[in-house]
Design a protein around this ligand. Structure first.
Ligand code: ATP
Ligand code: MN
Length: 467
């Protein structure tokens, strides 16, 4: 059978009829009658299947019996114009080999229950579904587009460490990394003796590559990171994972305005890229799960994001509550961190477009954000999106050595552990800015999926690290 070169399904569907072809893939469905069977074959190269037409004159009952949903096949035959609707071409099978059978009684995807929740319980197999095929291809396209966007702008892809000593960032709870025997933890003066641990210090998985990113940006100008990030968030929400991927650009000589411009250009670029390169998969997800998806993607492209200060946003939210236009589960007043219900009200109800919030109270933001003249707020920025809430968090960084050290002291943090970071301000400090985009938050928006567990192949959440 190998005499002709195998073509992927995507290629076959775009080929002219009339040639001899070889296809390989997994059976999605089989239907038909006594004379002829129609097999939908998919190899993951596209959401679309190639139809195999198998005449029972040629193929034995035994062989046809083995062609069940999930089985893998090799098919040789003639590519012909399809008479049925839904596809331009199909394969008139001349030879079929079952590569691997698939017991219909046991195959987890044979079940009637195809809810996303059920599929999470068989996450090792769910990748074989149309839905996860679409999500995986879109995820790949977005990862590629991210590298392309930054590469085209001359940014350097910086690899920041996953294991870190610094617990100063305060971005989230950390997972400890240790080789100590937890049944016999070494103790010194009543405390765990980390000098006996692998690194001789307490270490954790990173919650952000930003601080190291700043070292890179203040050396080569513009960098981005794109890697796994870990937060021991004990919140079981549809927007949080314990292991997620983050993109963190960091740019020397950028102020907050430049930072906002880049963030807006970046997400628009990615949405446009998805529309241009993932049309079939997006249409599938739009039709199956969320018929507002394509429209929502289009809707963020043509307009300028609304830029509004935190203080103004609080006024808007307070007024909305006072006028009885909305009720929130969490109360809102100046000084509180917004919950996603507040973010979504601003985006979906009040402005009707993505919003960039700026100038937050300093007490709800990290130590490194540039302090404003008012003494109360810092030059942070969050980009809020419809259906998601916060998709990007960033800021202009405090460039003044004096102010940075003063803020570190104020927060009772240790300067000693941060000396390496403070050196950026000590030696040739420059204004600089950056932000973090949660890759899976972006994917929630682009795919229209409602739960973050459904946009990453193997989700890690509290009490779940299976597969
Ligand atoms: P949130 O308030 O939504 O929990 P955050 O303020 O803790 O997020 P940042 O520290 O600003 O988040 O991180 C930057 C970006 O990383 C966020 O804008 C978001 O897109 C993403 N992100 C943060 N935490 C998670 C998580 N647990 N799972 C997935 N993405 C996350
Ligand atoms: Mn944030």
């Amino acid at each position: 059978m190998e005499a002709i070169r195998r073509k992927k399904v995507k290629e076959l569907l775009a080929s002219e009829p009339g040639t001899e072809v070889l296809a390989k893939g997994w059976v999605r469905t089989k239907r038909g009658n006594k004379q002829v069977k129609f097999i939908a074959l998919n190899d993951g190269s596209t959401i679309n299947n190639i139809q195999i037409v198998a005449s029972t004159d040629i193929f034995s009952e035994d062989l046809i019996k083995d062609i069940t949903t999930g089985a893998s096949l090799e098919v040789r035959g003639k590519l012909v114009e399809s008479l049925g609707s839904g596809q331009a071409v199909e394969i008139q099978a001349e030879e079929i080999k079952v590569l691997g059978t698939c017991d219909p009684m046991r195959f987890p995807l044979q079940k009637k229950d195809t809810s996303l929740e059920y599929l999470r319980s068989v996450a090792h197999m769910r990748l074989r579904t149309n839905t996860f095929g679409a999500v995986l291809r879109i995820r790949h396209a977005m990862a590629f587009a991210i590298h392309k966007f930054f590469n085209d702008k001359g940014f350097v892809y910086l690899h920041t460490p996953l294991i870190t000593e610094s617990d100063a960032e305060g971005a989230g709870d950390m997972f400890q990394v240790t080789t100590l025997d937890l049944t016999k933890v070494p103790v010194h003066n009543g405390k765990v003796d980390f000098s006996k641990d692998f690194f001789g210090k307490k270490t954790s998985l990173t919650v952000s590559g930003q601080l190291e990113g700043e070292l890179g940006a203040t050396a080569v100008g513009e960098i981005y990171t794109f890697g796994p990030t870990f937060r021991a968030e004990n919140s079981n929400t549809p927007r949080h994972l314990a292991e997620f991927w983050m993109i963190e650009p960091e740019m020397a000589f950028y102020d907050i305005e430049d930072n906002m411009e880049l963030a807006e250009e970046f997400v628009k670029y990615l949405v446009q890229y998805a529309l241009d390169h993932c049309a079939d998969d997006l249409k599938f997800l739009n039709d199956k799960y969320d018929d507002g998806l394509l429209e929502r993607l289009q809707s963020v492209l043509g307009i300028a994001f609304e830029r509004v200060t935190y203080t103004r946003a609080v006024e808007i939210l307070e007024a909305a509550v006072a006028e009885g236009k909305v009720q929130f589960e969490y109360p809102v007043h100046w000084g509180t961190d917004f919950q996603s219900e507040h973010e979504r009200y601003l985006v979906e109800k009040y402005f009707g477009k993505p919003v960039i919030l700026t100038d937050f109270p300093k007490d709800i933001k990290a130590f490194y954000m540039k302090q404003n003249e008012d003494g109360r707020t810092v030059r942070g920025m969050d980009v809020l999106f419809p259906k998601i809430g916060e998709i990007i968090g960033g800021s202009e960084r405090e460039a003044s050595l004096e102010k940075l050290e003063q803020r570190i002291d104020e927060l009772g943090m240790s300067r000693k552990n941060l000396e390496w970071y403070i050196d950026t301000r000590r030696y040739g400090t420059v204004p600089h800015s950056g932000f973090g985009l949660g890759f899976e938050r972006l994917l929630l928006f682009v795919t229209g999926m409602a739960n973050i567990r459904d946009v990453i192949p193997f989700p890690r959440t509290p009490k779940n690290a299976e597969f």
